[in-house]
Structure formats: structure tokens, C-alpha cells
Design a protein. Structure first.
Length: 103
């Protein structure tokens, strides 16, 4: 994943939405490798590679992630059409838009 995409996620992070959370979002990018987000009590840590015990694992392209973050792609539609594959606590993935709101 490009540093620009990571920087955008960091800039959009909503610590209020993450209060009381202790979750790991694992991203397997089909075009950029693996990264994970550790969200704990309103803080965000972004790391490259695979986490030992993620809460949810998501497989997609970086373009799909960008579309989700801008609102151009509906997450449920992307999941149902196979653009996103998810394992683990799949419902947790629905919180991404509140954790990283657009604008």
C-alpha cells in the first residue's frame, strides 16, 4: 500500500469512534502486500506485515479500499460481489467507515 493511502487513513482516523475498542484489522492487499491496523482505546497504530491474531482479515485491492474510504464503493456490495473477502469478525469491518470517515 502506498504511503499516501496510509497517511490518508491516519489523517481520517476518528479516535472518538475507537473508544473502548481493542481490535486488529488485517489487510491483505492483492496489489501491495499485507498491513494491519491496531486500534486500541482511541489510538491507531499502522504496521506492515501480518498480525498473529487479527480480529478480522480483509482481502482486497488498494483501489477497493480507496473507493470504500471515499464512499464511491459500498462495502456490502463489494463483499457480496467478491471484491472484498473477509474472515474473522466480519461485522467489525462495517465499522471502518465510522473509524475513518470521509471529509
Amino acid at each position: 500500500m502506498s504511503d499516501g493511502t496510509l497517511d490518508t487513513l491516519k489523517a481520517r482516523f476518528n479516535p472518538d469512534a475507537a473508544q473502548g475498542m481493542d481490535e486488529v484489522f488485517q489487510f491483505h492487499f492483492t496489489d501491495k502486500g499485507d498491513h494491519h491496523l491496531i486500534i486500541k482505546d482511541g489510538s491507531l497504530d499502522v504496521a506492515e506485515g501480518e498480525h498473529d491474531d487479527p480480529s478480522v482479515s480483509l482481502t482486497m485491492s488498494t483501489d477497493v479500499l480507496k473507493g470504500l474510504m471515499t464512499g464511491d464503493i459500498n462495502g456490502m456490495t463489494a463483499f457480496m460481489t467478491g471484491k472484498i473477502k473477509a474472515t474473522g469478525n466480519v461485522m467489525l469491518a462495517t465499522q471502518l467507515t465510522s473509524l475513518f470517515p470521509a471529509g
